[in-house]
Design a protein around this ligand. Structure first.
Ligand code: NAD
Ligand code: UDP
Length: 340
């Protein structure tokens, strides 16, 4: 599992271990955290390989290839300010990282699962988004390193499949939230919840009329496991997400109500190329996987809020978008750039 120390990856590690699997976790800790997997240290069925997926896979891991049944690629910063901090590295993570992991899967004769994204649909002109829709991505905008990176990763996955090299599955994941998101992640749920709890101004980008559909992490992980286990494999990518669509302003209202927050709401510029509407059509996932989300927004937000309340040490939420609509750059990628 690549990206196993991240938000989704660490939950997936837990679920796989609970199923009795042995998990080899690959992570560079770019956005992931040791404390997400600290409880797994000492588990004889869990092993950590600290490395960047852009680099060749560690020899110790390659030596284990004969015993690997599945390679899951979740390695990639997922929050806009994080993936835009070092766009070149984000693109390379998607392309080179996916190639390295596909080669590992090929060597192992293992099936391969790619965590792709609803961002492959860009700012969609078709609503809700079905898997057939080919998307509307700006290839030269600030989100392109991620959107085009994931599109290229999908391309590689299906090229390997067509060539009979690896049996691939692609999940197009829509906005997912829950415990273990970083307080400084920069995504809307973590920002709004931490701001509301801390009594800080709640930042709405643009007029807040843009929509998203938020899936609770446990539901998403259940969907990924079903997709991984499905036989025969689905013919193409599968959307995984919660079709309950709401405006950003509605999300803020829900969080304010649940936290009884007295925070003021402030407006910040809408980031460039921010999609206006997003909702998954999950007909295919329902039919193929017998899967649909079970956790409503109220229950999911309550669990997320309690988790953030228990987080002993918060780092302040990420700064809002710059005046020209670009995300404020974080220094996350700096160390990496120095290495490149
Ligand atoms: P995350 O940032 O918490 O996790 C990403 C993990 O990948 C981190 O542990 C990070 O350290 C690791 N990583 C990043 N680049 C790496 C590299 N080059 N080499 C090795 N490790 C690297 O994000 P997340 O929300 O858990 O997302 C996980 C995956 O799911 C990502 O691939 C993301 O694109 C995809 N996804 C997530 C969402 C969502 O809403 N959470 C939506 C769509 C797609
Ligand atoms: N957003 C916001 N305030 C914030 C963070 C994000 O209004 O503090 C908006 C953002 O502009 C987008 C939506 O919330 O329209 C979802 O943003 P997020 O970064 O969570 O996910 P993505 O844009 O990648 O779907």
């Amino acid at each position: 599992m690549a990206g196993g120390a991240g938000f989704l990856g660490s939950h997936l590690c837990d679920a796989l271990l609970a199923d009795g699997a042995q998990v080899l976790c690959v992570d560079s800790f770019l956005t992931g955290r040791r404390r997400n997997i600290a409880h797994l240290e000492g588990n004889p069925r869990f092993e950590l390989f600290e490395c960047d997926v852009c680099d060749p896979m560690p020899v110790a891991l390659q030596r284990r290839a004969g015993r690997i049944d599945a390679v899951l690629n979740l390695a990639c910063a997922a929050s806009p300010p994080h993936y835009q901090a070092d766009p070149e590295h984000t693109l390379m993570t998607c392309v080179l990282g996916t190639r390295n992991l596909l080669r590992l899967a090929e060597m192992a004769g293992a099936r391969f699962l790619l965590a792709s994204t609803s961002e492959v649909y860009g700012d969609p002109q078709v609503h809700p988004q079905t898997e057939e829709y080919r998307g509307c991505v700006n290839p030269i905008g600030p989100r392109a390193c991620y959107d085009e990176g994931k599109r290229a990763a999908e391309t590689l996955a299906f090229d390997y499949l067509r060539a009979g090299r690896v049996e691939t599955r692609v999940a197009r994941i829509f906005n997912t939230y829950g415990p273990r998101m970083r307080a400084d992640d920069g995504r809307v749920v973590s920002n709004v919840v931490t701001q509301a709890l801390a009594g800080q101004d709640i930042t709405i980008y643009g007029d807040g009329s843009q929509t998203r559909s938020f899936c609770y992490v446990d539901d998403l992980v259940a969907g990924l496991l079903r997709l991984l286990a499905l036989d025969p494999r689905p013919p193409g990518p599968v959307n995984l997400g919660n079709p309950e669509e709401l405006r950003v302003t509605e999300l803020v209202d829900r969080v304010v109500l649940l936290t009884r927050s007295r925070s003021a709401v402030v407006r910040r510029p809408l980031p460039v190329d921010d999609p206006q509407r997003r909702r998954p059509d999950i007909t295919l996932a329902k039919r193929l996987l017998g899967w649909q989300p079970r956790t409503g927004l109220a229950a999911g937000l309550k669990a997320t809020i309690s988790w953030f309340e228990q987080e002993a040490r918060w780092v302040p939420p990420v700064p809002a978008a710059n005046d020209d609509g670009r995300h404020a750059a974080l220094l996350l990628g700096a160390a990496r750039r120095g290495r490149a």
